[in-house]
Design a protein. Sequence first.
Length: 246
Amino acid sequence: MDTDARYWNQIGPHGGWLAACLLGAIRRRHGPERAVRSLNVEFMGRVEPGEFGIDVVPVARQRSVAFERAVLVQGGQARVHASAVMAAVRSPAFHQLTRPPRIGAAQDHAPLDALESLAAFPRMFDYRIACGWPGADAKQGTTAGFVRPRFDRRITPESLAMLADAWFPAAWSGAAERVPASTVAMSLVFGSVEAAVDLGDDDYLQAHFRTVQLAGGFGDESGALWWPDGRLAVKVQQLVWFAAAP
């Protein structure tokens, strides 16, 4: 595979895009019989422009659950590591205890394009911000709104992995300066078991993110994406490195 200049952040390939590449390699081993339930990704080294490879190693396989590891290798060195839990869908039963907060419809909120000058990858997504504008909201550490890919409305698990890392750091809410930030580790729990969901012309995923603490140059970032019908799509927890204190 090769890096894609469209998915470039301030210092390298977009972490969500790399996570999607690793997840795609894992899912190709299983086909449709197992859905991804969790994905943990550690970004161990910078991925340079150009070619890279992905090695998938089976860890354990039970009757309905499989554990997989994938490593992105470039220049003979491991740069990104991922581990996934794949599980068969054994029951159609569904029960959701929590619904997303009400923030109106995506069309009620203005689009965000201010980030497009910072990096390439935000140009690939359509953002609508309900609260927590970067550098302009007094309620620091919390942001919410709507997001979807700008050019592809078919959302796969790989898309969700990419979208989970596409939102700007919640620590930028209320910050005077948008300092460079990079994901060091990311943990995803998938609420959705569908292989793909097609968004309508007016459909977006609802996004909620928050940062609780910044310490030693690192911050925690947690959040969730919800389908237009209110079902949970994916939850995310990240360790984020900041170039300076926001």
